[in-house]
Write a new protein. Structure first.
Length: 401
């Protein structure tokens, strides 16, 4: 059962209190407990407020708005703040984030506000609360998002994502696999499924998105795994935006134990959104010097994003290949010991062609046991929420990644 959120609102004359409350879904979900008609310096009511979060309604570029966010951030550590603005450019978004805001929402003009805008606000406020809570406070009844990453092509990301997801489903976990390689995704094929519906079809289907609708677009695999397939053609990829993907994750987390995400070999905007919202990263590397160097660079990028290294698990693929690289070389190039080793095996290549992952077709093989071990690692890890503070998206806007 989800807990209701209490919010205090402070606004200037660019935003009416009515427009703000129109954007906030009513009922027990989110309760606006106080509305203050000035920003900075903070009023006594604000200083006394025990609300879960602050909503600052202000004009774009407002210094008073920024000063209030800064004050709230130091006076109420761990309690998020979200900015509501009639308009916005990236400059103000960055300024607001730099003084501790968790999100900035551009308001609809009103007086009638769409259902979509209200849902977007609710999602944003819930995300802000989840990000700021400590792991022990975070709900344990939400699914774990595992983002399978690897900055180089052909190193085994898709093999790993498919086998991990099927292993979890076979272990009785409610699992969904999302193919985020939007241009060249091949998850459905690797699992022997016909992608009758894809994320593109869902994105352009029109109307509001809810669990029932999402369910109708997921493919069904024999293991019990559900799959959100990648668009059928590269030109359809642009319709699947990072915002849409974030909405999809919010729904999936309520329904599934695990959301496994396969990614392309790049830090695309939708991959960064996934990392920002993920519980864990599964970094895949392959046993050759160039690939390991790229894996190291990928981990450095995660560091730059402030991603907690304890939430990263490293898979070394083709670990038994004889290429003149010792175990010590691997550790010194990667800067850490791989958590799971997957051997090179001709059955793996065959499993892709036959659309049957080795955890099904070759259950006794060493490779299958490695993927089952990987599934066991993620099963044991706690169900924590989003790991970072949208830092990836901020860095992306600044051109740092
Ligand atoms: N351990 C392995 N043993 C044998 N073959 C393997 C192994 N891992 C990967 N392969 C082969 O490499 C191919 C590429 O693997 P995969 O599709 O998982 O890579 P990827 O990292 O997802 O690539 P891309 O970035 O292009 O999507 C597989 O189709 C398979 O033939
Ligand atoms: Mg792939």
């Amino acid at each position: 059962m989800r807990r209701g959120i209490t919010a205090v609102v402070a606004h200037d004359d660019a935003v009416t209190p009515g427009l703000i409350t129109e954007h906030v879904p009513g009922g027990a979900e989110i309760q606006v407990v106080e509305v203050v008609g000035t920003l900075f310096p903070p009023t006594d009511a604000l200083k006394r407020s025990d609300a879960d979060l602050l909503i600052v309604g202000c004009r774009e570029g407002s210094d008073e708005g920024l000063a209030l966010l800064d004050w709230w951030n130091s006076a109420r550590p761990g309690r998020p703040s979200v900015v509501f603005c009639p308009s916005s450019n990236n400059g103000f978004v960055e300024e607001a984030f730099s003084v501790g805001a968790d999100d900035l929402i551009v308001l609809e003009a009103g007086p009638d506000v769409s259902e979509y805008a209200r849902r977007h606000v609710e999602f944003s406020l819930r995300k802000a609360i989840a990000r700021n809570s400590t792991p022990s406070e975070q709900s344990t009844d939400v699914g774990k998002i595992v983002c399978v990453l690897g900055p180089k092509g052909g190193i085994g990301k898709t093999i790993t994502a498919c086998n991990l997801a099927v292993a979890l489903a076979q272990a009785g976990k409610q699992t969904v696999l999302v193919d985020l390689d939007l241009q060249f995704g091949d998850v459905a094929l690797s699992l022997g499924l016909t992608p009758e519906t894809t994320s593109f079809d869902l994105a352009v289907s029109g109307g509001s998105l809810d669990s029932e609708k999402l369910d109708a677009f997921l493919l069904q695999h024999g293991s019990g795994l559900r799959v959100l397939a990648a668009p059928a053609r590269p030109d359809q990829a642009a319709s699947v935006t990072p915002e849409f993907i974030a909405d999809v994750y919010a729904l999936l987390r309520d329904e599934y134990d695990f959301i496994i995400v396969d990614t392309p070999p790049a830090f695309t905007p939708e991959v960064i959104t996934t990392i920002d919202g993920s519980s864990y990263v599964c970094m895949v590397g392959m046993l050759d010097a160039l690939s390991l160097k790229n894996t190291r660079l990928g981990m450095e990028t995660l560091d730059l994003m402030g991603y907690d290294p304890d939430r990263v698990r490293v898979v070394l693929n083709r670990a038994n290949t004889s290429v003149g690289i010792t175990r010590n070389d691997v550790v010194s190039i990667l800067g850490r010991t791989p958590d799971v080793l997957v051997p090179s095996h001709r059955d793996i290549a065959r499993s892709v062609n036959e659309g049957a992952p080795v955890v099904i077709s070759q259950r006794r093989s060493e490779a299958a046991r490695s993927f089952e071990g990987l599934a066991g690692l993620f099963t044991q890890m706690p169900a924590v929420g989003a790991s970072t503070q949208r830092k990836g998206r901020v860095l992306m806007r600044r051109g740092k990644i």
